[in-house]
Write a protein that binds this ligand. Sequence first.
Ligand code: HEM
Length: 122
Amino acid sequence: MLKVLIFLAAIAFAEKLMLTVEELEQYDGRNGKIYIAVDGIIFDVTDGPSYQPKGSYSMFAGRDVTVALAKYSFDKKWLTMRPEEANLTEGQKKAVEGWKDFYAEKYPIIGELIPSKPREDI
Ligand code: HEM
């Protein structure tokens, strides 16, 4: 947790990526970079073998993986569900905190998720 806060403070003054979940999708490796989001924080996992096309967690690339981690499931529906729609239990929220610390220890934080832009076709 502390490490996340320190990183957030540091990047508050530096160049920080602000992406919607739709914009995050392009960072699935196709342009060289692989990013994932956990609880609003975007991590650069490009150097993680698990996120390469043949890695065990390749389906995480370019996604907000908060709900999948909370549910501890690879079901595609959790990889596309927004955390605020997921009705996570306190235990699941705690699990997410743990994963966030895990990622903060292992990978650079490079930005934050921002709310999606309103759809223009409705
Ligand atoms: C059959 C069940 C599972 C097995 C045997 C398993 C096994 C492993 C192993 C051996 C690692 C370390 C090596 C690696 O990164 O590939 C790992 C890492 C990891 N696992 Fe699993 N896992 C399972 C299920 C899951 C599920 C359901 C999730 C979450 C939806 C999950 C999330 C992760 C994450 C985030 C890492 C860290 C990857 C990294 O280093 O960046 N695992 N798992």
